[in-house]
Design a protein around this ligand. Structure first.
Ligand SMILES: [Zn+2]
Length: 154
């Protein structure tokens, strides 16, 4: 019987961990920039799953999303998240209307169209506090009006 260092907390979540590496430390093939001194990996607080070692935050976050939300890449791409509060609330409502029920309550990621780059994943930018993952070259989804109305008034 194996002993786990940390008991699983329950539901799978998209979470990563990072640390500095020592100079000269060998990098496995999953590390795209071996000379980069930061290592990251997906680490699920729900079940203890760990992803491959990475040097790029985007890769580790995608690994984490692949683990906790296997169909996240099929989710709708939202327009860029507005900065202004009232518009942002409408954006949250539109995202909740087109993503599966309960998705954001589990801190699921949102896919956000970023026409001008800046592809770094943003923790806390999804409606439920999960990651916003940048998408460069897909047009954003227009949420169907009936679904949005149902979300707001249903
Ligand atoms: Zn897990």
């Amino acid at each position: 019987m194996s002993v786990q260092a940390e008991p699983p907390s329950g539901e799978c979540r998209a979470s990563i961990t990072s640390w500095r590496v020592e100079a000269g430390e060998q990098a496995p093939p999953t590390v795209s920039r071996p000379g980069y001194r930061i290592r990251l990996r997906a680490r699920c607080p729900g079940c203890g799953h760990e992803g491959p070692l990475r040097s790029e935050e985007e890769e580790a976050v995608e690994d984490a999303c692949d683990h906790a939300f296997p169909d996240w890449r099929d989710m709708p791409v939202m327009e860029p998240r507005p900065y202004e509060d009232a518009r942002r609330e409408r954006w949250y409502a539109a995202a909740r209307a087109v993503y599966p029920r309960g998705w954001f309550e589990r801190e699921g990621p949102v896919r956000e169209y970023r026409p001008h780059g800046g592809m770094r994943p943003l923790l806390g930018a999804a409606p439920g506090g999960g990651y916003s993952v940048g998408v460069a070259c897909e047009p954003p989804a227009s949420p169907p009006a009936p679904a949005l109305q149902q979300s707001l008034f249903g």
